[in-house]
Design a protein around this ligand. Structure first.
Ligand SMILES: Cc1cc2nc3c(=O)[nH]c(=O)nc-3n(C[C@H](O)[C@H](O)[C@H](O)COP(=O)(O)O)c2cc1C
Length: 356
């Protein structure tokens, strides 16, 4: 594929980050991917996870397409799956601007958007209307409104309204930008949340609809006790898997950029090591019993391979696209294919958890 991003990058990076992002979404939704050619297909990367068949394990992480505006445009970049959202029941404007910062020297991003989105009805309309020429898996990432009195009820509402419109759901309880949200990761709150969301699925299945996989997305900033509790709940309920991880509230000493003290969640290169360590610990805690999606800091085929060997069945990325552009997806796929071949793996699924 030809990639024009190196030429366009200085223009995008001369804009304020949120404006550049909104422009990117508009361009993608109009079919302007900045690339010419069809995504590559590798048999070695084809995989079946959560009962879904994916052409490759590389996905677009949540937050890039909050309103499901450009599902087909994103899939056309070569992703095996895209996760839209986070969507909340009611539309909300999020935190005051500026709320998105590039940490260029660190190849990182800080955001404190606070779930700005157009709400469930808009999102449902986009999911119902989409039909991508080459198919592809679409996940719906659901959250809670900031002013909700019963946050757990917001997750039930999201899953109920979108049921049947997406290939899987992610219950996002790990955004650092909605005050108190991460408290839902504590044992009692999480158990209640998961049981209530799973009850919605049981209702739908009883009505004759298919069983849609439901995943939970967790933070990278968890203690050993938190991991043990989450592992217990993952194993004792019908939840299908976990996404590890969201952005971090930590600020590593190594950060060099002037924006490093901005509040919010840090993502990109500095998150690679801590989120992969968390992934490995979660994989060990559940003894590989359910699939994990590894996300945080992936910027190369080798990074993706590390996540897979640490226990991820699938991977996702977002921040590296800001620095490397959309051509990165195809590069990661071909490098991953080569790395697997060199290590003698005939399929990606054989490498999962191999260095745990
Ligand atoms: C600008 C921005 C907005 C994000 N918004 C969301 C969101 O709405 N929901 C969510 O689950 N994760 C969100 N994330 C987190 C990403 O999905 C991902 O977990 C995290 O950025 C780590 O991956 P990365 O280092 O490849 O970016 C957001 C990340 C960024 C950079």
């Amino acid at each position: 594929m030809l990639d024009f991003y190196p030429l366009a990058k200085p223009v995008f990076h001369s804009l304020d980050p949120e404006t550049a992002h909104n422009l990117t979404i508009k361009m993608l939704s109009r079919g302007l991917t900045g690339k010419i050619g069809r995504p590559q297909r590798f048999d070695r990367l084809k995989t079946n996870v959560f009962g879904l068949t994916l052409s490759n394990p590389v996905g677009l992480a949540a937050g890039f397409d909050k309103n499901a505006d450009t599902l087909c445009g994103s899939l056309a970049l070569g992703f095996g799956f895209v996760e839209a959202g986070t969507v909340t029941p009611k539309p909300q404007s999020g935190n005051d601007k500026p709320r998105l910062f590039r940490l260029t020297k660190d190849k990182a991003v800080i955001n404190r958007f606070g779930f700005n989105n157009n709400g469930l009805e808009y999102f449902a309309g986009k999911l119902s209307a989409h039909k991508c020429p080459n198919g592809g898996i679409v996940g719906a990432n659901v959250g809670a409104n900031k002013d909700a009195t019963d946050r757990t009820a917001d997750y039930e509402t999201g899953v109920r309204r979108l049921y049947g419109l997406s290939d899987y759901f992610t219950v996002n309880i790990s955004s650092p930008n909605t005050p108190g949200l991460r408290a839902l990761q504590s044992k009692a709150a999480l158990e209640d949340l998961i049981n209530r969301v799973l009850d919605v699925r049981s209702e739908k299945v009883a009505e004759g609809l298919a069983r849609i996989p439901i995943l939970v997305k967790i933070a990278p900033d968890l203690t050993d006790d938190d991991i043990r509790d989450i592992a217990d709940i993952t194993l004792s309920t019908e939840i299908d898997g976990l996404i590890v991880s969201n952005t971090t509230i930590e600020r590593p000493q190594s950060l060099k950029s002037t924006s490093k003290e901005e509040g919010g969640g840090l993502s990109g290169a500095p998150l690679m090591e801590p989120s992969t360590t968390m992934l490995r610990r979660v994989y060990q805690a559940i003894s590989g019993a359910k699939p994990l999606i590894g996300v945080g800091g992936i910027a190369s085929g080798l990074d993706a391979y590390c996540k897979i060997k640490a226990g991820a069945s699938l991977v996702q990325l977002y921040s590296a696209l800001v620095y490397e552009g959309p051509g990165l997806v195809e590069k990661i796929k071909s490098d991953l294919n080569r790395l697997l071949r060199e290590d003698g793996f005939s399929n990606i699924s054989d490498a999962v958890g191999k260095d745990c």
